[in-house]
Design a protein around this ligand. Sequence first.
Ligand SMILES: Cc1cc2nc3c(=O)[nH]c(=O)nc-3n(C[C@H](O)[C@H](O)[C@H](O)COP(=O)(O)O)c2cc1C
Length: 332
Amino acid sequence: MALDLSTTYLGIKLANPIMPGASPLVDSLDRVKAMQDAGASAIVMHSLFEEQIDREMKAEYVHLRSHEDVFAEAANFFPESDDYALGPQEYLAHIRRIKETCKLPVIASLNGTQLGGWVEYANLIQQAGADALELNLYYLATDGAISGEEVETDVLEIVRTVKAGVKIPVAVKLSPFFSSVSHMAKEIELNGADGLVLFNRFYQPDIDLDALEVVPKLDLSSPEELRLRLRWLAILFGQVKLPMACTGGVHSAHDVVKAILAGASVVQVVSSLLKQNPAHIRTLLAGLEQWMQEKEYSSVSQMRGALSLQNCPDPAAFERANYLKILQVWKT
Ligand SMILES: Cc1cc2nc3c(=O)[nH]c(=O)nc-3n(C[C@H](O)[C@H](O)[C@H](O)COP(=O)(O)O)c2cc1C
């Protein structure tokens, strides 16, 4: 049976749903080519940080560079810190270089919480040739005086302003920590976004008991993290019309299948590529095709959302009823 793996994300027709998510993996042109050869349908660049734009260089990921021992699992693969820290001008030059040498659509990424120079940089990113832009609105509301409503208002203002400033499509990488993720997703849609990326992963600091210090800690993800994404992809599918990308916990071909069945248009992978290598994309694609053949699905679009909240045989499995059931069946 001929299989159709194509999908449309942010208005861009893609050969298949698998792409590397935002990470320094794309900082080397050779790795980008290797991912293209392995079948990646697009690439997401690591973020240009608000702090970099402000020339302060103090963003969390950048800060984490000085603690690369935490990347033990990715030891052979993790890029040198020097090529991770693309400054704003190098970032733009890198977009141009990728566009000149590769055929893949390039999704650039901006990361921050204030409007600052975003619109200007969103424009420069567009001029450099990026096909789309992902906004990562990583924000940790530590100040009890700031309400959830204020946080949401700020997010929406950034989405609106960036959208008004560029012609390329804009996706928003969301955090799962909103009182109503569904409402937030709908508002983001109403404010003009072209896609949603679920979910941002927060890196929790640890405490070093010998040094009595708080230390930054970046663990690569595990497949268990996918379930939070599956639930929200399934709940949002159909409620919002925006195409959704799944990011977080996709390690195997079956994880890819689950994300699409829940409602994802595309699946972004980072940790599993850092643990394995770019060729892992080929394994994921082969596994997706094999599963489709076994279950007699002929296209990815036929699969998308087949087990979303609105389509699955037992919607309660995604809702509160399941919480009760699952706690009651636990046996010691
Ligand atoms: C080393 C590393 C660097 C990352 N850099 C960025 C970044 O610059 N911008 C961003 O939005 N996400 C970044 N992320 C988050 C990933 O894009 C992704 O959302 C997250 O790792 C979950 O996907 P995974 O389970 O496939 O790793 C980074 C992740 C890792 C592990």
